[in-house]
Design a protein around this ligand. Structure first.
Ligand code: ADP
Length: 163
């Protein structure tokens, strides 16, 4: 049974959303009453897809999950999560290197807003090597990414990359 009154925040670039992201979102949606997929609008980062495109793709891919909401966010993660009513931040861990980035971030976020807990879900074995950047590279080189991203994402990626 999900913890119905808890709102969980799943932040990321989602450039674009992969089956690895979706796996984490689906698992979080079983645990928590509401899951907010929070798409970072970070202007510093060089995204392939615009914020609107990333949000739209996340919405399409998560359409089967009634307790999942997709929204863009800017600024400090803990403040955006708090403003949305979230008390949990969910992150996926693929490899030990993810923890070396995420650990200090979780500690800093805890110091900023101790009432918000960061929780980590281990990537499912099938997705431990899946990242948006690797998918873009493989797709750009004409490789088959159908096992790693939903069909609609593969289609938009090929259009974008002219692959
Ligand atoms: P990426 O690191 O692929 O560019 P994001 O910045 O969009 O992805 O990551 C958003 C969140 O999703 C992070 O917590 C990241 O660790 C997690 N994540 C990304 N890909 C996977 C995957 N294949 N399996 C589990 N978690 C993942």
């Amino acid at each position: 049974m999900p913890t119905t009154d808890v709102v969980a925040y799943c932040p990321g670039s989602f450039d674009p959303i992969t089956y690895g992201h979706l796996d984490i979102i689906e698992r979080a949606a079983k645990l928590f009453g509401t899951v907010i997929v929070a798409v970072a609008t970070d202007a510093q980062k060089d995204h392939l897809f615009s914020t609107d495109e990333r949000v739209a793709l996340c919405r399409e891919v998560c359409a089967h999950l009634p307790n999942v909401i997709v929204q863009p966010f800017a600024g400090l993660l803990v403040e955006a999560a708090h403003a949305s009513g979230a008390t949990v931040i969910i992150k996926g861990l693929r490899q030990p290197v993810d923890l070396s980035h995420e650990g200090p971030m979780a500690a800093m976020n805890h110091s900023l807003r101790p009432e918000i807990e960061t929780m980590f879900l281990l990537a499912s074995p099938a997705y431990t090597y899946v990242s948006s950047s690797l998918i873009k590279w493989v797709c750009g080189m004409g490789g088959d990414i159908s096992a790693h991203v939903p069909a609609v994402v593969g289609q938009r990626l090929r259009e974008k990359l002219g692959a």
